[in-house]
Ligand binder design. Structure first.
Ligand SMILES: Nc1ncnc2c1ncn2[C@@H]1O[C@H](COP(=O)(O)OP(=O)(O)OP(=O)(O)O)[C@@H](O)[C@H]1O
Length: 283
């Protein structure tokens, strides 16, 4: 599907005409956020060095998607700060932010009446002068991104007619034509078959962009991420390399699942799940 020579690495569209992104350093510290008086994130710190792939892990409801929204600037933290190359997100104009950060969220909308090509072209919006139409270079870029996502021939297909995995790949192509310095992805593998999961994660690991990606599969996170941040109850309980974060005791503490963890020849942990989950504490 998507290889290192993807459209995200190419210029030629309107506006920016470079190839490689200029990977950003993302730094958050002391980040807190709540809604309706309920604290959802507290004291969260996270750093993604330029070009690194950082995996955000944690059980359901631990705050991964909420944190991703704060890291993207879609929501503002109640406390703490989020810096992109040492500049607070709030101080970066919206359009400039849209050129630097691309977000792939979990998709729920099925009733969007746009073609796959139109969805991908949305990624070029931050580069187009206001009121300007779509240029030939942008069209070419979007078509190539679709083809590299394994979706050549899908240009005119309605979004509503696409399968979950096809939508996920179209949305990734949309994010890549944005040529982001920082790519934030919320469970981008949840609709993908195993081949497409592996291809996507390899692509992210090799990408020149800085990447923060939420994942549920601990083995895939261990295999493809440079660093991991593990959330539990809205707080960071561990951050570091996969070997540092994914220990038997921590997985048991956070997921209530017993495991055996081996270190493979590549130096990365492999997690073997035992057959029964531990009874979660009640009350
Ligand atoms: N707008 C909101 N209003 C009320 N509660 C919210 C809101 N947004 C998030 N929450 C709550 O905050 C907690 C964290 O949600 P979030 O979606 O960030 O978790 P997550 O780690 O991404 O979960 P999952 O793995 O299930 O996708 C959950 O309990 C969720 O119900």
């Amino acid at each position: 599907m998507i290889g290192p020579d993807t459209a995200g690495r190419r210029g030629g569209g309107s506006g920016r005409a470079t190839g490689d992104p200029d990977p950003a350093r993302l730094h958050a510290d002391g980040v807190g956020w709540g809604v309706a008086g309920v604290r959802i994130l507290a004291g969260v710190a996270l750093t993604a060095e330029p070009g690194a792939t950082v995996g955000l892990l944690g059980p359901n409801g631990s705050g991964k998607s909420s944190l991703l929204r704060l890291l993207s600037g879609l929501a503002r933290p109640d406390s703490g700060r989020v810096l992109l190359d040492d500049v607070a997100l709030g101080a970066i104009p919206r359009r400039a932010l849209a050129r630097r950060i691309a977000v792939v969220t979990q998709q729920v909308a099925t009733d969007v009446e746009m073609s796959a090509l139109e969805v991908v072209l949305l990624g070029r919006t931050p580069y187009r002068p206001r009121l300007a139409g779509v240029g030939a270079a942008d069209l070419d870029l979007a078509r190539r991104a679709l083809a590299e996502a394994g979706l050549a021939g899908f240009e005119q297909r309605r979004w509503s007619s696409l399968s979950g995995g096809e939508r996920q790949r179209v949305d990734l192509a949309r994010a890549l034509v944005q040529e982001p310095d920082l790519l934030l992805l919320d469970e981008p593998t949840n609709h993908l078959d195993i081949r497409h999961q592996l291809e996507l994660l390899r692509f992210l690991a090799e990408s020149a962009s800085t990447v923060v990606v939420t994942l549920h599969d601990l083995n895939l996170a261990a295999q493809y991420c440079d660093r991991l941040v593990l959330l539990y109850g809205g707080r960071v309980v561990a951050a570091g390399t996969p070997v540092e974060v994914l220990t038997t005791s921590r997985i048991e503490q956070v997921y209530q699942v017993r495991t055996d963890v081996d270190i493979a020849a590549d130096g990365r942990p492999r997690i073997w799940y035992r057959s029964h989950a531990i009874q979660a504490p009640t009350g």
